[in-house]
Write a protein that binds this ligand. Structure first.
Ligand SMILES: NC(=O)C1=CN([C@@H]2O[C@H](COP(=O)(O)OP(=O)(O)OC[C@H]3O[C@@H](n4cnc5c(N)ncnc54)[C@H](OP(=O)(O)O)[C@@H]3O)[C@@H](O)[C@H]2O)C=CC1
Ligand SMILES: CC(C)CCC[C@@H](C)[C@H]1CC[C@H]2C3=CC=C4C[C@@H](O)CC[C@]4(C)[C@H]3CC[C@]12C
Length: 422
């Protein structure tokens, strides 16, 4: 994950810096890129390994091309505009506020198409390694363009320190670049990555049904993820205030991550159980479905509590009582500013309870693969590592931003994720 930039040109690099800037980025780029191709091939019912599959085929290029066009058009149709947070260099990013409509219209259209031509589900499933190949090629071209553009024709006035080029490629250059008039990260993260996730799990569920008959476990896996993604699109504008958008730059980490890693890896439990039919009983499947929906609801509830608290400027009820908070100050683009840190409700129990429910939801939708080893659980394990690391990244950001106020919050709410444990 992108570390904090330091000025590497003004001093000799320590061994630690060498690792951070020159070793980790190329190792991650090669490892994650190869992993997506390997997993797509390994999880298929008919694994037929040929390196040429990574170049895609006619079908995969058509599928990816049409999907990109649909995603791009969703940002071009007239819609309400959402203004994201102003950057430290005074830029206000603009986003299309039609995510929920895009989500449902894509699902309805996909179901209609799959009903008219069920064979299409099988074609997408069997061509998945090629689809990942095409996505990989597109994502690399985009990341190279982002690097070139960020270095030689940046659209913002932001001054960046020079870093090793492979690190710049990995971390990205600009925070809010635009391509053909649309915001790059809204396109790659929200309109392509997460929507492909939904369409692919729908396709894998349909393939499972076509090949092996209806399975409640496969349905639970599909339904919990759909609820999770519906929740994301309901809240899409909230996402424009998170680390991914306000801190991470558009580069390999976030753009390749959303264009390739999300469709290849986040969908893996659904993909894997097509080849390895679920052996879970209906009773267990039903329990998992209920547990999964509960976890998604609680994850949303925690996020919603903070959102409601911030929107009402602290004047709301939390768990039936007046919200309590710490009034924090920080240096913002408009000078000294104030912000409130909630210390009641879920945010008074632990500082990142939303991540705990997120992890539980992920384990529940992977559980349909129970009995088939670690493969179907890869996503949940990865997510646990990602979120624990994110706790530290987010807290580093908050400590920098709020200084003593953040320290006070940590004293009032001492646990990061699980009370009395961590
Ligand atoms: N599936 C996946 O791969 C991932 C999913 N997620 C999910 O995305 C959602 C958003 O997560 P994410 O963006 O990481 O982080 P959070 O939603 O937890 O937001 C963290 C930010 O909230 C503000 N904040 C922190 N504590 C308080 C408080 N007590 N009161 C008010 N504001 C506070 C701070 O920002 P400020 O500067 O505004 O004060 C902080 O930076 C979650 O549901 C999470 O589970 C996240 C990461 C990966
Ligand atoms: C180099 C890569 C292997 C790492 C890529 C990581 C990214 C693809 C992911 C990092 C953070 C992830 C997300 C953050 C918050 C989200 C909100 C949630 O409601 C939906 C999912 C997501 C958008 C999620 C998507 C993948 C990341 C960007």
């Amino acid at each position: 994950m992108p570390p904090k930039p330091v000025n590497t040109s003004s001093r000799r690099l320590t061994l630690y810096d060498q690792l951070r800037y020159n070793v980790v980025p190329p190792v991650f780029v090669v490892f994650f890129t190869v992993a997506t191709q390997y997993l797509a091939w390994k999880g298929n019912e008919e694994p037929n390994f040929r390196l040429s599959r990574a170049l895609g085929n006619e079908f995969s290029w058509k599928f990816v091309g049409l999907f990109f066009l649909w995603a791009f058009l969703s940002l071009k149709v007239p819609s309400k505009i959402y203004k994201g947070p102003v950057t430290s260099f005074g830029y206000t990013p603009l986003y299309s506020d039609n995510g929920f409509l895009y989500f449902w219209s894509t699902i309805v259209l996909s179901i209609l198409i799959l009903n008219l031509s069920p064979i299409l589900a099988l074609r997408i499933y069997y061509n998945f390694p090629e689809i990942i190949g095409s996505l990989n090629i597109c994502a690399f071209i985009l990341c190279l363009w982002l690097l070139y553009n960020g270095k030689y024709a940046p659209s913002s006035k932001e001054k960046l320190k020079k870093q090793p080029i492979i690190y710049e490629f990995y971390r990205g250059m600009e925070i809010h670049p635009r391509i053909f008039g649309v915001d790059v990260k809204q396109l790659t993260n929200c309109r392509i990555g997460l929507m492909l996730w939904e369409v692919l799990i729908l396709v894998f569920f349909a393939t499972n049904w076509l090949l092996h008959g209806f399975s409640l476990a496969a349905f639970a896996t599909f339904f919990i993820q759909t609820a999770y993604l519906a929740k994301f699109y309901w809240w899409e504008t909230g996402y424009f205030n998170t680390l991914d958008i306000t801190l991470d730059r558009a580069g390999y980490y976030i753009c390749w991550g959303c264009l390739v890693w999300v469709p290849a890896f986040y969908t893996y439990a659904s993909y894997y159980i097509v080849a390895q039919f679920p052996s879970l009983s209906d009773t267990y499947s039903l329990l998992i479905l209920v547990f999964g929906i509960l976890s998604v609801t609680l994850n949303y509830w925690v996020d919603y509590e903070r959102q409601r608290f911030r929107a009402s400027e602290g004047q709301c009820l939390i768990w039936g009582k007046k919200a309590s908070y710490i009034m924090a100050e920080y240096d913002g683009p408009k000078g000294r500013q104030q912000s409130k840190l909630l210390i009641s409700g879920f945010w008074g129990v632990a500082r990142h309870l939303n991540y705990v429910f997120e992890i539980l939801a992920a384990f529940s939708w992977c559980a349909a693969g129970w009995g088939h080893g670690v493969w179907p659980f890869l996503y949940a394990v990865f997510l646990t590592v990602l979120l624990v690391h994110r706790v530290f990244r987010d807290e580093e950001k908050c400590a920098d931003k709020y200084g003593p106020y953040w320290k006070k919050y940590c004293e009032k709410v001492p646990y990061r994720m699980i009370p009395y444990i961590f």
